[in-house]
Design a protein around this ligand. Structure first.
Ligand code: DXP
Length: 267
């Protein structure tokens, strides 16, 4: 079986659409537009996310040029509401994003405070309820908290994006127990780890745990060689997924000989 075969047979499904790559990329902080383009191409990512608010906060023409650049990549552009601190701001931003990118998909972020960039889970649920009622397909950036997940699913979200660690922290999976619990509670719901992954091994671990994908921005954008790091993450995601599907050996407390003991000469 080749890598290409595996991808086709094992596509991720989000809101009924097949997505070939389980690596999603953020598009901010790259050293240049060309590095961003080459990183996206090299990674094979089929979804790239962009902050409508951040990228359009300066010169309108510059924002529009950046949006046009993203559209030219051929990947699905997933607008996000980064920088929004209230449900109301997030809803307005989502409505603008729907017009700019002609998509009803929105990565919903409502931020509780600027130090941790932790999701404001109350505002998030509120915004998710209103946006799904308005026809949006919401991909919420949330914590691993089970009760929040239940509220979001109840609000109509068909995918969740729990954080691994604070955005840009590169700390990896801070609460693997909580993430495992969430995975076990929702075995069939697409779950994508979003934020705080710093190394390809973090991404591989998320996929080995059964997570359906990961979203990375800072660790690729800020790498000394973003293009190579994008490839490294893509390989880690493929490896983690394949390992998960292959049945990972559970750890044992005691040694167990890996070579046969039967038939040894008695000395
Ligand atoms: C880009 C995005 O949508 C964010 O959720 C976040 O930036 C991703 O986190 P990292 O930058 O830590 O990868």
């Amino acid at each position: 079986m080749t890598l290409a075969d595996t991808r086709t047979a094992d596509a991720l499904s989000i809101y009924g659409e097949a997505i070939g790559s389980r690596l999603l990329l953020g598009t901010s902080q790259y050293p240049s537009p060309d590095t961003l383009r080459r990183s996206v191409e090299a990674s094979g990512a089929e979804i790239v996310t962009v902050s409508l608010r951040r990228e359009s906060s300066g010169d309108v023409k510059t924002g529009q040029r950046f949006f046009d650049l993203l559209k030219s990549f051929g990947a699905r552009v997933l607008p996000n509401t980064a920088g929004c601190h209230t449900a109301r701001e997030a809803i307005t931003t989502a409505q603008m994003a729907r017009e700019v990118f002609e998509t009803d998909w929105i990565k919903l972020e409502v931020i509780a405070n600027d130090d941790t960039l932790q999701p404001d889970v109350y505002g998030l649920v509120d915004a998710a309820e209103k946006l799904t009622r308005d026809g949006f397909k919401v991909l919420p950036y949330c914590t691993e908290d089970l009760s929040v997940a239940q509220r979001l699913v109840g609000a109509g979200c068909q995918v969740l994006m729990p954080w691994a660690a604070p955005i840009g922290s590169a700390r990896g999976l801070m609460n693997p127990y909580g993430l495992k619990t969430l995975r076990a509670f929702y075995p069939d719901l697409p779950l994508i780890v979003d934020a705080g992954l710093g190394a390809p091994s973090h991404a591989a671990l998320a996929l080995e745990m059964g997570y359906d994908g990961v979203l990375i921005n800072t660790a690729v954008a800020k790498a000394a060689d973003s293009v190579a790091m994008a490839v490294a993450f893509a390989k880690a995601v493929e490896a983690g997924r394949m390992a998960y599907r292959s049945g990972i050996m559970p750890p044992r407390d005691m040694a167990s000989p890996s070579s046969p003991v039967a038939g040894l000469a008695l000395l």
